[in-house]
Design a protein around this ligand. Structure first.
Ligand code: AMX
Length: 434
């Protein structure tokens, strides 16, 4: 595997830098932390080393320095007009370099081959769950069930040198990512299509195959899936799914355990489940207003009622972003270009016109603008993927690319177990009085 030798070459000097920083600058003060930050979710506290992507509050996400619009041009794609292949962003996040079309083809082939190794018991475990168990429960159970295959644990027990931990981590990550589309599609077909499963097509790319195995075989659906898999792949290190994966991985739990932790976090309504909740919010609005095409005035009233009832408006707001999420914008551009008249897209546009003002009027919401989830479900629905409960699973398949790449880097850097300090309420009260 030439990627492994390349990675080691890139990583060795970097891991030396990390060691040097700890040794020679370990005492350096890098930030003041306020009581407010600690008591409101540690926002803005620099406490993680993440190399795969970085989030700017105004500009949004950059993957190894490249924005989404830049990557649309720079990453290899199947058609000139089409979307970059997620294999390419994986390569970029892993190595820090832009891939050639050959690199992307190599990863596609590797994943197609590794995907064949899903152990039979994983399907038995899924089948043991009730069909109406939320797809995220089924997805996460399958991920844990796949950890019987973990090379990391075996290598650890044999007594592997810690400088080599990254190697079985890489193997586990490649296996795990390769298998997620088949698992996601299996759950989708089990829950929504009577278990009428579709075999993978070995000639297809990773995201194209996911659309195919789900039964959405048009080129448009495959293009949308490539876009979806690209933009959800990473959002720097502090979001719940990335941080949870990193935290659990810091105990040297294998990639399956680590990723499963991240997916449990993604299943929360304030994080990845928001994409499903947006659809519930929209449909409830249509039902309550009693029409398919509510006016902006009606939407405004419904949004205000949502707030008055002590609920959040899903798809809006962000812990870091302070502008419209570029992941929202790129989806809106796709929708406005190809399906401007789709009813859900019209609705998304109207909501975008009124909700920021409604949130702004509260005076407390720090970011009134839409995030990635404000449109992703409407777009999927417009292309025939209408089963909302699968949306967070699709988010999870994509998120694996970033958080698991970072897990390999955690091991390449030789990072230690994470162990921040906690204090009780008395301590905070005393601090306040100091
Ligand atoms: N609707 C209503 N109230 C909102 C809101 C929204 N969309 N966004 C923030 N607020 C409220 C918060 O609940 C908080 O209220 P409180 O003081 O009464 O507790 C207040 O505004 C200040 O919050 P904040 O600092 O602006 O946001 P945060 O960093 O605490 O939370 C987020 C960020 C995303 C959880 C929040 O904006 C939210 O709940 N949004 C709706 C859910 C959502 O879309 N989540 C998906 C985010 C992207 C992702 O991870 N996929």
């Amino acid at each position: 595997d030439y990627i492994k030798s390349k990675l080691l070459e890139i990583a060795q000097p970097k891991s030396q830098i990390v060691k040097k920083l700890v040794k020679e600058h370990g005492e350096k003060v890098i930030q003041n932390v306020t009581m407010g930050q600690v008591l409101t979710g540690m926002k803005g506290v620099v406490s993680l080393l993440t190399c795969t992507s970085k989030l700017d509050p105004e500009e949004g996400i950059r993957f190894r320095g490249y924005s989404i619009p830049e990557l649309k041009n720079l990453l290899p794609k199947i058609h000139d007009e089409g979307e970059p292949l997620p294999e390419g962003i994986f390569y970029l996040m892993l190595t820090g370099e832009l891939p050639t079309p050959e690199d992307v083809r190599y990863i596609s082939e590797q994943w197609a081959q590794r995907a064949q190794g899903i152990p039979a018991h994983v399907y038995d475990v899924i089948e043991a769950l009730p069909k109406d168990a939320h797809p995220m429960i089924q997805f996460n159970t399958a991920i844990l069930a796949m950890s019987t295959e973990s090379q990391f644990r075996k290598a650890y027990l044999v007594g592997m040198d810690k400088k080599d931990y990254w190697d079985p981590t890489y193997e586990g990550v490649m296996d795990l990512i390769s298998r997620l589309p088949a698992i996601a599609a299996y759950i989708y077909r089990r829950v929504f299509y009577n278990g009428d499963h579709i075999e993978p097509d070995p000639s297809l790319d990773w995201a194209g195959n996911l659309a195919h195995m789900m039964g959405h075989d048009s080129e448009e659906a495959k293009r949308l899936m490539r876009l979806y898999m690209l933009i959800h792949s990473d959002h720097e290190g502090g979001n719940v799914s990335a941080h949870a994966t990193h935290l659990v991985g810091s105990a040297l739990s294998n990639p399956y355990y680590s990723f499963s932790a991240g997916m449990n976090g993604l299943a929360g309504p304030l994080h990845g489940m928001a994409n499903q909740d947006v659809m519930h919010w929209l449909n409830k609005m249509k039902r309550e207003i009693g029409c398919e095409d509510p006016t902006e005035e009606q939407i405004k009233k419904y949004a205000e009622e949502t707030l008055a009832n002590g609920r959040v408006i899903p798809g809006y707001g962000h812990a870091v972003l302070r502008k419209t999420d570029p992941r929202f914008t790129v989806q809106l551009e796709f929708a406005n270009k190809y399906i401007p008249d789709a009813p859900y897209i019209k609705l998304v546009n109207k909501i975008y016109n009124v909700v920021p003002d409604v949130l702004g009027a509260t005076g407390k919401v720090k970011n009134p603008w839409p995030n990635v989830d404000a449109i992703s479900g409407s777009l999927l629905t417009s292309y025939g993927i209408k089963e909302f409960p699968i949306y967070t699973v699709l988010f999870g398949v994509s998120r694996a690319l970033g958080v698991l790449t970072q897990l390999i880097w955690d091991r390449l850097y030789g990072l230690q177990i994470e162990r921040p300090k906690s204090q009780n309420l008395r301590w905070f009260i005393d601090k306040a009085e100091e």
